[in-house]
Design a protein around this ligand. Structure first.
Ligand SMILES: NC(=O)c1ccc[n+]([C@@H]2O[C@H](COP(=O)([O-])OP(=O)(O)OC[C@H]3O[C@@H](n4cnc5c(N)ncnc54)[C@H](O)[C@@H]3O)[C@@H](O)[C@H]2O)c1
Length: 263
């Protein structure tokens, strides 16, 4: 079961899970994107059920849990809490409770709600894997996004603590922390903002932006039995940006800089 699974990172996760023979229940707020995703997966021979709706709403959480409980003889093996957004962003001192509550609803509250709705069936069966989608910005400071960063740090803390709590019930809980994905939220054009695409190799150790399937593959690994001894971790899927820590290859090739606009 994947929230926000029609496009972007969630789309990569849904497609990769379907390719791995999972029956995938996909929630998305955008019915048109969801219809396209369902058609694509079915055309590729996969099995998918689409559940449209805003995952911030409790009735959508219930509808998704109901749909997930009614396929594959009620077995829910994997829950991927993917929905999240850095907007509304802005300098902290210009924001207030309306912006904070919006970021809470988009980035953390539904993770609690969906997990509360789905995990009991996993505990009952003694097996399951929950994968949350966080961000590298929960590990480092990001100006104009302090509240987004804080709620994603909450996702990471929830991931670790719940993993400890549910370990003896056979349920694993992990997260991925993406960076620089080419998605609707952060398309390459908006990341480049007119700059030379050649610059990407200076910013990202692996030399390119992320594609939805890069994240999908790691989620499939965490969801699968291959990761049977892995729980309570947040795995950056970032092409190396967190490891580089804000230091970039100089364009003249002479060492590194933390000021990538400098020569
Ligand atoms: N794009 C990046 O570089 C990046 C970096 C770090 C973390 N992330 C995280 O990865 C996750 C996915 O990001 P993305 O860039 O693929 O996002 P996206 O906005 O491109 O795609 C999100 C998908 O979720 C759906 N969606 C949005 N709000 C929803 C809601 N309330 N209920 C149900 N569905 C909803 C959208 O229709 C879309 O299909 C988010 O949690 C985001 O914070 C992304």
């Amino acid at each position: 079961m994947v929230t926000g699974g029609a496009a972007g990172i969630g789309g990569g996760v849904s497609r990769r899970l379907a390719a791995a023979q999972a029956t995938v229940v996909v929630n998305d707020i955008d019915p048109a994107l969801l219809a396209d995703l369902v058609a694509d997966i079915e055309a590729a021979g996969g099995i998918v059920v689409g559940v449209p709706g805003d995952i911030r709403r409790e009735d959508t959480v219930r509808a998704v849990a109901l749909a997930a409980g009614s396929v594959a003889e009620g077995r829910i093996d994997v829950l991927v809490n993917n929905v999240g957004d850095y907007r509304p962003n802005g300098r902290f001192l210009t924001t207030g409770p309306d912006e904070w509550n919006a970021l809470y609803a988009l980035n953390f509250e539904h993770v609690l709600r969906c997990t509360r709705a789905i995990a009991p069936a996993m505990v009952e069966r003694g097996t399951g894997s929950i994968v949350n989608v966080s961000t590298v910005e929960a590990f480092r400071g990001i100006p104009a996004n302090a509240v987004y960063s804080a709620f994603n740090a909450a996702v990471n803390a929830f991931t670790r603590s719940l993993a400890v709590e549910l370990g003896r019930d056979g349920v694993r809980v992990n997260a991925i922390a993406p960076d620089l994905a080419d998605t609707l939220q952060t398309p390459v054009a908006s990341m480049l903002r007119g700059r030379d695409p050649e610059m990407v190799r200076h910013w990202v150790p692996l030399g390119r932006f992320g594609r939805p399937e890069d994240y999908g593959d790691v989620v499939v690994f965490l969801a699968s039995d291959m990761a049977r001894f892995v729980t309570g971790h947040v795995i950056p899927v970032d092409g190396g940006t967190l490891a580089a820590g804000g230091w970039y290859l100089r364009s003249d090739g002479r060492g590194w800089t933390n000021l990538p606009d400098a020569p």
